[in-house]
Design a protein around this ligand. Structure first.
Ligand code: HMG
Length: 395
C-alpha cells in the first residue's frame, strides 16, 4: 500500500521586503544576497500574523475543498510557537472547525520537525489505512538586525495531508537519519531572535546530509541516477547547490554546474522570494517544484533532505503520482506571491520592532493585510484569532 502526501498547500505573508533595499541599508553589495545567498526578497509577517495564522491560512484551501473532513491527527510543526503549553495546532483546529475526534500536538526540532511529523503521520496511516492526518509546518525566521542571518529571514507555512493511495507523492519506505548534539543555531526561550554560528551551521548541515545519505543509500541501494530532482531544506537557496555539489563529489559523480542545476531545477523559486520558512522550508521547495511549469514529474522519484539545527537530518524519497497537478494549488500560490505588498526599509524596521503586549490588559491589534485568518487581539494573556473578510486594508 502506498502512503504519502495527498494534497499540499503553501501560504506566505502578504508583505515582501526586497533584499536590494536591505543591501543598500547595510552598505553591502546586493550581489552578495542575490547571487551569494541566492535570495531576492523576504516575506515579512505583520503584527497580526504569526505561526498560527500562517499555518491556518495554508490549510484553508484544503478545508474549503473538503480535504480535512476525516482527519484524526493534526501535527503542527514549528519553532515559532506562541505558547509554552498549549499546542498552536489547537487554535488552527478551532479556526478551521476540524473534527473533534482528533489528536492535536505541536512538534519541535528546529527546521526538521515537519519531516518528523510527516513520518509520524505516515506511521499513523499505515496502522489503519482509512486514517488521514494533517501536517502543518509554519514559521517566522527572525535574526538580529545587521546579523549576517538577517538577509535569510522570511516566513511561510505549508499544510499537507497524509493518506493511503496519495494523489501527490508516494513515500518510499527507506529513510536515512542522523542526530548529534551541536550548537549551530538556537533560540533560548527568553529571546525573539535566533542565535547562530553561521558558517559552522552550513558545515554541520553538509556533514549531516552526508551521514544521512550513507544511511539512506545503504538501505535503498539507490544512487544519484535514480532521482529526477533533489529537494533540500533551504535556509537560503544557494545552500541546495552547495549540498548537491558535495553529495555528487562524495559519490565520485561527474557533475558540472549544468548537471547540478538540472537536479535542483524548480525547487528554489519560492524560497528565493520568501526567505527561510524554517520547518516549512523543505516543503516550500517541494511545492515550488511540483508547481513548476515544464516537465511532468509523474512517476519520477524525488530525493528530499530535511535538516534542523541542533541537529537532526533525514534523507527520504518519494515518487510523484500520475495526475498530481490536479491536486495542486499552483495558480493560487503564484497569485499570492505576485500580489504581495512591497515594504520600504522604514516599514520593514517598524514591523520588526513591533512588540506584542505582555501586560495582560485588553489589546486589539491593528489590522494589516493577511490571509483568511489574523491575530485579532490579546486579552488576559489569551490570544484571539479571527477569520478575515476579503479586501483587508494595506499599510
Ligand atoms: P556571511 O558569512 O556574511 O556571508 O553570511 P559570506 O561571506 O559567506 O557570503 C555568502 C556568499 O556570498 C559567499 O558565497 C560569498 O562568496 C558570496 P560562497 O563562498 O559561500 O559560495 N558573496 C558574493 N557573491 C557575489 N558578489 C558579491 C559577494 N560577496 C559575497 N559581492 C551565512 C552567510 C549563511 C553564514 C549567514 O547568512 C547566516 O548566518 N545565515 C543564517 C544561518 C544559516 O542559514 N545557516 C544554514 C545552515 S543551518 C540551517 O539550515 C538551519 C536553519 O534553517 C535553522 C533551523 O534549523 O531551524 C538556519
Amino acid at each position: 500500500m502506498n502512503i504519502g502526501i495527498d494534497s499540499i498547500s503553501f501560504y506566505t505573508a502578504q508583505y515582501a521586503f526586497d533584499l536590494e533595499k536591505l543591501a543598500e541599508a547595510r552598505s553591502v553589495d546586493p550581489k552578495k544576497y542575490l547571487q551569494g545567498l541566492g535570495q531576492e526578497r523576504m516575506s515579512v509577517a505583520p503584527p497580526d500574523e504569526d505561526a498560527v495564522t500562517l499555518g491556518a491560512s495554508a490549510a484553508h484551501p484544503l478545508r474549503r475543498d473538503g480535504k480535512l473532513d476525516d482527519i484524526d491527527l493534526l501535527l503542527f510543526a514549528t519553532e515559532s510557537g506562541v505558547d509554552q503549553s498549549k499546542a498552536g495546532g489547537l487554535f488552527i483546529h478551532g479556526l478551521l472547525d476540524l473534527p473533534s475526534r482528533c489528536r492535536v500536538l505541536e512538534v519541535k526540532q528546529a527546521c526538521y520537525s515537519a519531516t518528523a511529523a510527516l513520518q509520524l503521520a505516515a506511521a499513523h496511516v499505515r496502522g489503519s489505512p482509512g486514517r488521514k492526518a494533517l501536517v502543518i509546518a509554519s514559521d517566522v525566521a527572525r535574526y538580529e538586525l545587521e546579523n549576517p542571518g538577517e538577509a535569510t529571514q522570511g516566513c511561510g507555512a505549508v499544510a499537507f495531508t497524509v493518506a493511503a493511495d496519495p494523489a501527490v507523492l508516494a513515500l518510499d519506505p527507506e529513510a536515512g537519519y542522523h542526530a548529534e548534539d551541536v550548537m549551530d543555531f538556537w533560540r533560548p526561550n527568553y529571546r525573539r531572535e535566533a542565535l547562530v554560528d553561521g558558517k559552522y551551521s552550513t558545515r554541520v548541515y553538509i556533514d549531516t546530509m552526508l551521514h544521512c545519505w550513507r544511511d539512506y543509500a545503504g538501505q535503498s541501494g539507490r544512487g544519484l541516477e535514480d532521482f529526477e530532482r533533489f529537494c533540500y531544506h533551504l535556509p537560503f537557496s544557494r545552500m541546495a547547490e552547495k549540498a548537491q555539489v558535495r553529495l555528487a563529489r562524495a559519490l565520485h559523480a561527474e557533475a558540472d554546474g549544468k548537471r547540478i542545476e538540472e537536479w535542483l531545477e524548480g525547487t528554489r523559486e519560492y524560497a528565493r522570494v520568501t526567505g527561510n520558512c524554517y520547518a516549512a522550508s523543505l516543503y516550500v521547495a517541494l511545492t515550488s517544484l511540483l508547481d513548476a511549469p515544464g516537465k511532468d514529474l509523474a512517476q519520477c522519484r524525488l530525493g528530499l533532505f530535511s535538516y534542523g539545527s541542533g541537529c537532526v537530518g533525514e534523507w527520504f524519497s518519494g515518487v510523484v503520482q500520475p495526475g498530481y497537478r490536479q491536486a495542486l494549488y499552483t495558480q493560487q500560490h503564484r497569485a499570492m506571491l505576485a500580489n504581495r505588498e512591497p515594504l520600504t526599509y522604514r516599514q520593514y524596521e517598524d514591523i520588526y520592532h513591533f512588540l506584542l503586549p505582555e501586560d495582560g490588559a485588553d489589546h486589539v491589534l491593528p489590522q494589516y493585510r493577511t490571509g483568511p485568518y489574523r491575530l485579532a487581539g490579546i486579552s488576559n494573556h489569551k490570544r484571539t484569532y479571527e477569520a478575515v473578510d476579503e479586501g483587508t486594508p494595506s499599510l
